[in-house]
Design a protein around this ligand. Structure first.
Ligand code: CTP
Length: 397
């Protein structure tokens, strides 16, 4: 994912400095060349040896008398594809905002034209101080990417906002910035979540879909340059840059998907649409005193099958198949019956797979290619494989 990319990893003096080691390892695993810089403050929290051992070159700290180059402050920044500061203290953030180039890291930040990612970590009181808020706002306006902080346990037993973002989230933000933009100019609509069909004014027929896989496809699409619309029944955080359309029932989802399908190049039906809904649900609440109700169901429209029947030439249609048995055979039938270009099949009865989990294991089936197995991975990695396949199909057209 990050092969050939040169990333400067700046570590400043916060208790979360030890987590920079994990960030570093993940960047190197993703193929990046990591150039580590530690501030004097960072050295109070950890020694150089671990980071030097895990990074692609030894830690640098010195602006003066640097053994590798007489002008490290410009050379490191100029050669970087991205500069990542994790953790970033209030002091570093203030110095960067002011252009106060007092040490190797602040010099490098000011001397670079590469994208910069800053991951703040500090106590809640500091994070919420007007000076820090103002500095962060200014950096954001200048195009600096701010990742986190997260809410959680802080040093000294406190709990609140200020915790360093998860190393996984930090690396994923870096990949979003540096990764391929092979979906630029492509519009994608993704449906996500389970539909909820009213029984009466307060009760619904629902399913266990969390929407996480659909959201991951939307996030991956937008990270790779696509214009993404997300038609969702759930309220997960909307990935930045994604256009959200909130729906609840199969009928609402059908209306939203039909409308969107008219002008989107790629349609991904990741939602778990109810197959049946109660006929004529009453407007009010059914009362217990009226006895056990008899709920008569009717089929919902098959949104995907209809999208397949009306597919525009060149439009690419992706479906999902939630199966508990005969995965490949059942998914292959849906692929043909619904005129799909790709179906993502998962065995929702397997451990850690499908509904509600953060991980998934899927089989990708196409009409004219060998099936591809994606072993258990987090849903963002599965989304990456789905978008890779979409890119491959579009390139072949
Ligand atoms: N789908 C849809 N509208 C429906 C039912 C399903 O658009 N009323 C879509 C889903 O979003 C998914 C695909 O069809 O992309 C397959 O859904 P799935 O639930 O696996 O299969 P069904 O076609 O509903 O068949 P079955 O429930 O019998 O497996």
């Amino acid at each position: 994912m990050l092969e050939g990319k040169r990333i400067v990893l700046g570590v400043t003096g916060g208790i979360a400095a030890y987590k920079a080691v994990d960030v570093c390892r993940r960047l190197v695993d993703a193929g990046a060349h990591v150039v580590p810089i530690m501030t004097a403050g960072a050295e109070h929290f950890m020694g150089r040896t671990t980071l030097s051992a895990l990074a692609s070159e030894p830690v640098q700290t010195e602006l003066w008398d640097n053994p590798t180059t007489p002008i490290p402050h410009t050379q490191i920044g100029q050669g970087a594809d991205l500069i990542l500061v994790a953790p970033a203290t209030a002091r570093l953030i203030a110095a960067y905002r002011m252009g106060l180039s007092t040490d190797l890291l602040t010099n490098t930040l000011i001397a670079t034209r590469a994208p910069v990612v800053v991951c703040p970590a500090m106590h809640t009181e500091m994070w919420e101080h007007p000076s820090v808020v103002d500095n962060i706002d200014t950096l954001r306006e200048r195009g600096v990417h701010i990742v986190g902080p997260a809410v959680g346990h802080l040093a000294g037993g406190d709990v609140g906002a200020g915790r360093l973002a998860d190393p996984e989230a930090i690396v994923s933000a870096v990949v979003d910035i540096l990764g391929p933009h092979d979906m630029a100019g492509v519009s994608v609509v993704v449906s996500a979540g389970g539909t909820r069909e009213p029984i009466d004014a307060v009760r619904v027929i629902a399913n266990r879909s969390s929407g996480k896989q659909g959201y991951a496809v939307a996030a991956e699409g937008v990270a790779r340059g696509a214009a993404v619309t997300l038609v969702s029944t759930v309220s997960l955080p909307t990935p930045a840059g994604v256009q959200l359309v909130q729906v609840e029932t199969a009928a609402e989802m059908q209306a939203a998907m039909n409308q969107a399908a008219g002008d989107h190049d790629v349609v991904v039906m990741a939602a778990a649409v109810a197959d049946f809904r109660p006929v004529d649900p009453p407007a009010g609440k059914m009362k217990k005193r009226d006895g056990v109700p008899e709920i008569v169901l009717e089929p919902t429209p098959d949104i995907l099958a209809q999208l397949g029947a009306t597919k525009r030439s060149g439009q690419l249609l992706v479906g999902f198949a939630a199966e508990t048995a005969d995965l490949r055979a059942n998914a292959a039938k849906k692929l043909t019956a619904k005129s799909l270009d790709l179906i993502v099949a998962n065995d929702v009865s397997a451990a850690s797979v499908g509904f509600a989990h953060d991980t998934n294991a899927v089989t990708l089936l196409r009409p004219d290619a060998e099936p591809v197995e994606i072993d258990l991975a987090n849903k963002r990695d599965v989304a990456r494989a789905i978008i890779d396949t979409i890119v491959a199909i579009r390139t072949r057209h």
